[in-house]
Design a protein around this ligand. Sequence first.
Ligand code: G3P
Length: 217
Amino acid sequence: MRIFLDTANIEHIRHAARLGIISGVTTNPSLVAKEGAIDFKTAVLEICSIVPGPISVEASSLEVQGMLEEARRLSSWAPNIVVKIPVSEAGLEAISVLSKENIKTNFTLCFSANQALLGALVGATYVSPFVGRLDDVGHQGMEVVADAVEIFKKYNLPTQVIAASIRHPLHIIAAAKAGAHVATVPYNVLMQMIHHPLTDIGIARFAEDWNRVIKQR
Ligand code: G3P
């Protein structure tokens, strides 16, 4: 399973890229808005230059023609741009056109295996089940990931499943076990994956012993 970073924060993307962990980035309008008054195109191009892998950028239009125009424009900015299109009738129609134009898409705001299957049938490059938001309303979000993976495998559908709306490290383990192709992870959760109190205690104790005994020899 590959790990993408779910953010529009340039410093966080730079840091995660330096660590060598991430192979893509996903953004959405809320994540972009969180960064304040940034120039959208400049920010997207900077992200594309930092991470050579897929960079998901969301289309804002809600009707087919608008989605098509936006997707063509966004995808012309850089070869690694993936256009996020929300699950909807218009979204399905748009993706069925865009897939024939070889424009990469991410079928987003996916909350059921049926929606994921439809996305795959119209040729979406990725589908993104929102695990955390389903958990929030009392559903097992990861079941959608597992079901989509199983169905795509069964019918040799090339669409990849991105476990999105990840809230904590256990989600990532569950996504990997469910066979997700990608988990897109917020920066704080990525840091939680790295750090463990016992590792920190172990490093401190080894350093202490080194300085106390070994260094004096
Ligand atoms: O990639 C989609 C994801 O950002 C949604 O996450 O935490 O807003 O549910 P969240």
